[in-house]
Design a protein around this ligand. Structure first.
Ligand code: FAD
Length: 140
């Protein structure tokens, strides 16, 4: 089966002040139904998310996400077809405690502040993989 992998960054909307817990709850239910996996980071009012699954399922969820008023400035860092998933066991993994991964943030951005807009696709995927290994919380 061909797997599509999409990674994007966005800024939280100041008007709606999104609840990440609420986003995760919905995502984990919906993603499981569509056999989507991935990982989400939220820090400094910015999201970095990778989504993996059947190309049609990835396009459908991205369509919903991109039009979600809880964030804006949505920018795709990359989209590609891959042989296997990088996050096969995560319906939507999440890093809750950024303190645990500060050294990873530094090694990928050269600074202590998380700023995914400065990352390229490859770096962003490697960053999320390392974060997931160290401090990620799996989807249930
Ligand atoms: P509905 O639930 O019918 O919502 C319609 C619109 O109402 C939404 O687009 C949104 O703008 C708004 N809305 C919904 N709930 C709230 C709320 N609590 N507060 C304010 N406005 C609200 N969905 C997934 O299925 N998988 C994911 O991996 C995923 N990741 C996401 C990552 C981010 C950063 C964000 C912001 C959202 C994510 N979502 C994800 C949620 C997605 O955007 C949709 O809201 C969700 O999939 C439900 O789609 P729906 O068409 O049924 O929308």
């Amino acid at each position: 089966m061909t797997i599509a992998q999409l990674i994007y960054v966005s800024k939280a909307s100041m008007e709606t002040r999104p609840s990440v817990e609420e986003i995760l709850k919905t995502s984990r239910v919906r993603n499981k139904q569509s056999q989507l996996t991935g990982f989400l980071c939220f820090r400094n009012d910015m999201f970095l998310q990778v989504l993996e699954g059947a190309p049609v399922a990835v396009s459908a969820v991205y369509g919903r996400i991109a039009s979600d008023r809880r964030h804006s400035n949505v920018e795709i860092l990359g989209y590609e077809k891959v042989v296997r998933r990088r996050f096969p066991t995560w319906s939507m993994g999440y890093i809750a405690n950024f303190g645990d991964v500060q050294s990873i943030v530094f090694s990928y951005s050269g600074q202590d502040e998380f700023d995914p807009y400065g990352m390229d696709c490859r770096n962003a995927i490697e960053f999320l993989s390392e974060v997931a290994n160290v401090g990620g919380r799996p989807g249930d």
